[in-house]
Design a protein around this ligand. Structure first.
Ligand code: ARG
Length: 230
């Protein structure tokens, strides 16, 4: 996260860090259920049995001795995910054991696809920067598809992607390694609800290029049915 501040321990208890077999953090995710992580399709290599991913939860400090580390058992990459456009950029990871933390509910309608969102992650804190030990957070306003399209020269699939950031000034954004993590806001019940998944951007926090997120509401029913098969 570029232009952010440190999250407090317990502030976003549904956040998980995904770690590969080389012990490198490569993506973020959120607890959809205590034993299912919602992340980005481009964070995983396909679908099937997979025990190569470790989800670290329960901490803002990845080096904390109270970190909970659980292995994956299965991965389900969104059917139809395409590297060309980054369309349908969502995936589920089934965990060997539950992580005993609150989950993050996902938006099932477009009602919350507006306003100001929160993003969080252990990714780079500047373009080209290194991965972070402590969870960072930032707020990013919604950017309309029209404004996002005019500022970003890349393919925007309107109903599959939602943009957020500061196209006029830049300065605040997600960045490499934040992918898969949630973009969320408060709902009418004052509870966190996930509206996006960190997906892509042009560099990080550049003026003219807001962050692009998977539009969770579009895929809510597909995510729910996929989760039931895990
Ligand atoms: N694709 C990147 C990743 O794998 C995330 C990029 C987000 N970029 C942005 N400017 N919002 O971590």
């Amino acid at each position: 996260v570029v232009g952010g501040t440190r999250a407090a321990q317990g502030e976003f208890p549904f956040m998980v860090r995904l770690i590969n077999e080389e012990n490198e953090g490569f993506c973020g995710g959120a607890l959809y259920a205590q034993d299912i992580v919602l992340t980005a399709a481009h964070c995983v290599s396909g679908s099937g049995n997979n025990t190569s991913i470790t989800a670290t939860g329960g901490v803002v400090d990845l080096q904390s001795s109270s970190a909970v580390k659980v292995r994956s058992t299965k991965v389900l990459q969104a059917p139809g995910f395409t590297k060309e456009t980054y369309g349908k950029d969502w995936a589920l990871i089934k965990l060997a054991q539950p992580i005993n933390q609150p989950t993050l509910k996902i938006a099932t309608t477009t009602a919350y696809n507006q306003g100001t969102f929160t993003v969080a992650g252990w990714g780079a804190n500047r373009e080209g920067g290194s991965q972070q030990r402590y969870l960072l957070k930032a707020n990013v306003p919604f950017v309309s598809d029209a404004a996002c399209r005019s500022s970003s020269s890349f393919i925007l699939v309107a109903n599959e992607m939602i943009c957020a950031g500061y196209p006029d000034t830049g300065g605040v954004d997600t960045c490499q390694g934040d992918s898969g993590g949630p973009m969320f806001r408060k709902d009418n019940a004052d509870e966190w609800i996930q509206v996006g998944i960190v997906s892509w951007g042009y560099g990080c926090a550049r003026p003219g290029y807001p962050g692009v997120y998977t539009e969770v509401s579009t895929f809510a029913s597909a995510i729910a049915s996929a989760a039931r098969t895990l």
